[in-house]
Write a protein that binds this ligand. Structure first.
Ligand SMILES: Cc1cc2nc3c(=O)[nH]c(=O)nc-3n(C[C@H](O)[C@H](O)[C@H](O)COP(=O)(O)OP(=O)(O)OC[C@H]3O[C@@H](n4cnc5c(N)ncnc54)[C@H](O)[C@@H]3O)c2cc1C
Length: 552
């Protein structure tokens, strides 16, 4: 694995809008925590002057919140982990409600460990942001191929320099770490560098120093989880894959989830020989079945080899340094890299949670109620550590709802309805709401509109690129309950469509909307005839004549 690099905790002071890349996850199965609704009486009364930056807040907001009496505790809130959820909650508690907040974060390293992390957390340092930068970098090869049909010629094929991409990506990450430091400092919260550990329901230790707080927020996220099989010391995880010293020549990627597919697209775009090994028959468990098939086909057409129904058993390294992967079906050699993208585990080990009485599930995720409160009254948890929907915007929402509940006198549950997400594969997926299968299970009678077409660009590029779009409608109410797309710009398009789905708009509303021509997105407002009408869960599936809309 790549060695740890150290970044300073300083950078540009200019506050900028942070990249907010939305993303995926299989359709959203929420784990049910125990339900314990906190009564307003459970929230302590506000008892001290607010932070100067929020003197304007209303009397009612000040009347009751999670602040402690002066001197009772060092802080009103102590947050462990300065990632998406922790920073959002700490900042809002301090600036909006005048709470006395401390937040601790471990020193930066490229690869996260029990002792290393970095301001900004996974999204900024080892997830959404660096991943998307590499996706951008890798997409050019497909665009170069497309350009030939539009008249471009090259004397020689353009060359890619991996070290330039990684160096520029790292410069950007340093800038973001600096921005996060400024965000925290400007909010008035106290930033403490080091590993936090819960000592008791109101005490956290960092580097041996004890801090007391009325409320503790655990926002420690998760880390890659890799099975312990022979030769596992030779493999890399997603942290390392984002910061390799050289580009893989031939890579085996184990896993069929969104992270595996995004990296497969990155390395394929950069002209590595990419093999994806999945345990099941299909990629992206939990996504719409038609979308799963479509994406795998499109990725195969771009040169990625899928090995299905295979479990990895061992990795061996030969004298020439190349790796062989033995699976339940075959052994393939010659890999420069083997990457495991086999899931993530919450960072709850050795955090003092058991000792403090905080309940966890069998995967180590913290069990919380609908307000993100743990089984210990003063300890709360948001983000990936609770394993609800593990996405940055969801961690932000949970952090914001926690602050309203505890400091704003406004008990607020995070709202998990119609959370849109994306897979930044190539081509990418955007989706919001239910898959066809989930909609049938939930509503029984469902109308499905499908368009599978060759986009305009492909007519001249000559490439076999296609686009898949689906609208899923509850036949009883005519409400659009799910929208899915796989094709260029799908995440950008679905972000807009998500507003309509969240607002509960009907298929008529979609039909009444005028398209923007010529775009792929206009198909979402011009799909007139249902491709399938599913009634009473199965039997009378009516296939319409235009099963697949072909748009040339
Ligand atoms: C490769 C990859 C790609 C992703 N792409 C996307 C995407 O495109 N879109 C999207 O929405 N989501 C994406 N995600 C998921 C997203 O990154 C997470 O959902 C999000 O970061 C969760 O935020 P969080 O606050 O819960 O945890 P994190 O952001 O992980 O923050 C937790 C922080 O706590 C720190 N910490 C841990 N233990 C301690 C301790 N004891 N003391 C002090 N600090 C501690 C860690 O160092 C870390 O900084 C991706 C994830 C990965 C791995």
């Amino acid at each position: 694995m790549a060695a740890h690099a150290t970044l300073p905790f300083s950078c540009s002071s200019k506050l900028q809008t942070l990249t907010r890349t939305l993303s995926p996850r299989g359709p959203l199965h929420l784990r049910r925590g125990f339900i314990r609704l906190p009564s307003l009486a459970a929230f302590p009364r506000f008892s001290r002057a607010p932070h100067p930056s929020c003197r304007h807040i209303s009397a009612s907001a000040e009347a009751s919140n999670g602040a402690s009496a002066e001197g009772e505790y060092d802080f009103d809130l102590f947050t462990i982990g300065a990632g998406s959820g922790g920073v959002r909650a700490s900042r809002f508690a301090s600036t909006l409600h005048g709470a006395r907040v401390a937040i601790c974060e471990m020193p930066f390293a490229t690869i996260a460990s029990e002792e290393h992390g970095g301001l900004g957390g996974t999204c900024v340092l080892r997830g959404c942001v660096p991943k998307k930068l590499l996706v951008y970098g890798s997409k050019y090869s497909h665009e170069f191929e497309e350009s030939r049909g539009f008249g471009w010629t090259y004397e020689t094929d353009p060359k890619h320099d991996w070290s330039t991409l990684i160096a520029n990506k790292n410069t950007e990450l340093q800038r973001l770490v600096g921005i996060y430091k400024n965000i925290i400092n400007n909010s008035g919260a106290t930033l403490i560098e080091g590993r936090g550990k819960i000592v008791d329901p109101h005490t956290v230790s960092v580097n041996g120093k004890l801090y007391t707080a009325k409320n503790i927020l655990v926002a420690v996220g998760g880390r890659p989880s890799i099975p312990n099989i022979p030769g596992i010391e030779h493999v890399i995880d997603s942290d390392a894959a984002l910061d390799l010293p050289s580009k893989p020549e031939k890579i085996a990627i184990i896993g069929g989830g969104y992270i595996a597919l995004e990296f497969a697209g990155i390395f394929n775009g950069l002209k590595s020989d990419v093999h994806v090994f999945i345990r099941q028959k299909k990629v992206l468990r939990g996504f719409d079945e038609e979308v799963r098939d479509f994406l795998a086909e499109q990725m195969s057409l771009r040169g990625i080899t899928f090995h299905t129904e295979q479990t990895p058993q061992a990795i061996t390294k030969s004298n020439d340094g190349l790796l062989s992967l033995k699976t339940s079906k075959e052994t393939i050699g010659g890999f420069s890299h083997v990457m495991f993208a086999t899931g993530r585990k919450p960072n709850t080990k050795n955090l003092g949670l058991e000792e403090a009485g905080v309940e966890m599930d069998k995967n180590g995720a913290i069990v919380v109620d609908e307000y993100s409160r743990t089984s210990v009254e003063s300890i709360w948890a948001v983000g990936d550590v609770t394993n609800r929907i593990n996405l940055t915007p969801v961690a932000l929402m949970e952090g914001g709802a926690f602050v309203k509940t505890v400091f704003g006198n406004e008990p607020t549950k995070p709202d998990y309805r119609a959370v849109p997400s994306a897979v930044f594969s190539q081509p990418p997926i955007g989706q919001v709401g239910l898959s066809e299968e989930q909609a049938i299970e939930e509503y029984g009678d469902v109308d499905v509109f499908v368009a599978n077409f060759r986009p305009l660009k492909a007519t001249l590029s000559g490439l076999p690129d296609r686009v898949l779009m689906k609208i899923i409608v509850c036949a009883t109410t005519n409400k659009v309950v799910g929208v899915h797309m796989c094709g260029d710009d799908a995440p950008e398009i679905i972000q807009g469509i998500a507003i309509a789905v969240k607002a509960g708009l009907t298929k008529q509303d979609f039909d009444a909307t005028i398209g923007i021509h010529p775009t792929s997105a206009e198909e979402f407002v011009t799909m007139r005839n249902a491709t399938r009408k599913i009634r009473n869960n199965t039997a009378s599936e009516v296939e319409s004549k235009d099963e697949v809309v072909t748009k040339q």
